[in-house]
Design a protein around this ligand. Structure first.
Ligand SMILES: [Zn+2]
Length: 116
C-alpha cells in the first residue's frame, strides 16, 4: 500500500478503506498538514477526489501550489504525527436589509417562547 499521487482517481472513501492519511502541502508557503479522510469525507463527501486540493492554502489563499498525497501510516507514526481535526464550528451572524413595516417585529411577538 504505497503512496498515492495526484492524477489518478482515488476517492476519499477509498482512502478511508485503505486506512490512509491525507497529506496537504503548499509548496509556496512550505506548510503541510495531515488530515483523516474520514473528517474530509464528512464535509466534502466521500466521492471527492482525495488527491486534489479541497480548499486553498489558508496563508496564500490559492490552490495553485497545493499538492495532496495519501499514505498508509506506519506503526511508528502512532503518537508522532499531528493530524488536523475539525474544531468547534463558528456561527456567523449575517444581517440583511428589509423595509420596516408593522410586521417587522412579528417574529418576536409571535415567538413561542415570548414573555413579557
Ligand atoms: Zn500557501
Amino acid at each position: 500500500m504505497g503512496q498515492r499521487r495526484e492524477g489518478e482517481y482515488f476517492s476519499l472513501n477509498s482512502a478511508i478503506e485503505q486506512g490512509h492519511i491525507v497529506r496537504v502541502r503548499c509548496g509556496a508557503c512550505r506548510r503541510a498538514a495531515n488530515f483523516l479522510p474520514e473528517d474530509l469525507a464528512a464535509i466534502y463527501g466521500g466521492n471527492s477526489f482525495a488527491l486534489e486540493p479541497l480548499f486553498p492554502c489558508s496563508k496564500c489563499g490559492t490552490t495553485d501550489f497545493v499538492r495532496v498525497t495519501t499514505y498508509s501510516p506506519a506503526i511508528a507514526d502512532f503518537g508522532k504525527i499531528t493530524v488536523r481535526r475539525p474544531g468547534p464550528k463558528k456561527v456567523v451572524q449575517t444581517w440583511e436589509n428589509e423595509t420596516f413595516t408593522e410586521r417587522s417585529r412579528a417574529r418576536y411577538v409571535r415567538g413561542a417562547d415570548f414573555r413579557f
